[in-house]
Write a protein that binds this ligand. Structure first.
Ligand code: IDP
Ligand code: MG
Length: 140
């Protein structure tokens, strides 16, 4: 299995509750390495662009409101089969459906305020990484 990269966001529900370290530790314990990380306040434009794939979903407006409701931590994660490894440790979108030990089971507040984002394919990982990071910010 190849070493690949994925894109992660620690969402505002988690930064608000001071869970940046706890979430990151869970990612690291799952075998992922944080090779880039920055805490930032997303603009509404950035949130709408990032979630453009969901723009016709009924929750789009509220999702964008939530993503700009406080700081986020955007990260590039590296590891063996990083996209799947991260999706596995994140757990199901709805924390009510998430497996024991996953980030969303441990920490998520609701289907919307669900603590983390993770890319769903290698192609989207590359697009999402480039949306928030310059190459020079990814330092291994
Ligand atoms: P994912 O984050 O598990 O990949 P997606 O279906 O891509 O889930 O949805 C993106 C984000 O939109 C979710 O992480 C969650 O914050 C929010 N979301 C998804 N479904 C709902 C919903 O039914 N109500 C409110 N928010 C939702
Ligand atoms: Mg998704």
């Amino acid at each position: 299995m190849a070493v690949t990269r994925t894109f992660s966001i620690i969402k505002p529900d988690a930064t608000r509750r001071n869970l940046t370290g706890a979430v990151t530790k869970t990612l690291e314990d799952a075998g992922l390495r944080v090779v880039a990380s920055k805490r930032m306040q997303m603009t509404r434009e950035q949130a709408e662009g990032f979630y453009a794939v969901h723009k016709d979903r009924p929750f789009f407006g509220e999702l964008c409101d939530f993503m700009v409701s406080g700081p986020v931590v955007v990260q590039v994660l590296e590891g063996e089969d990083a996209v799947k490894r991260n999706r596995d440790i994140m757990g199901a979108t709805n924390p009510a459906d998430a497996a024991e030990g996953t980030i969303r089971k441990q920490f998520a507040e609701s289907i919307e305020a669900n603590t983390v984002h993770g890319s769903d394919s290698d192609e989207n990982a590359a697009i999402e990484i480039a949306y928030f990071f310059d190459d020079a910010e990814i330092v291994g």
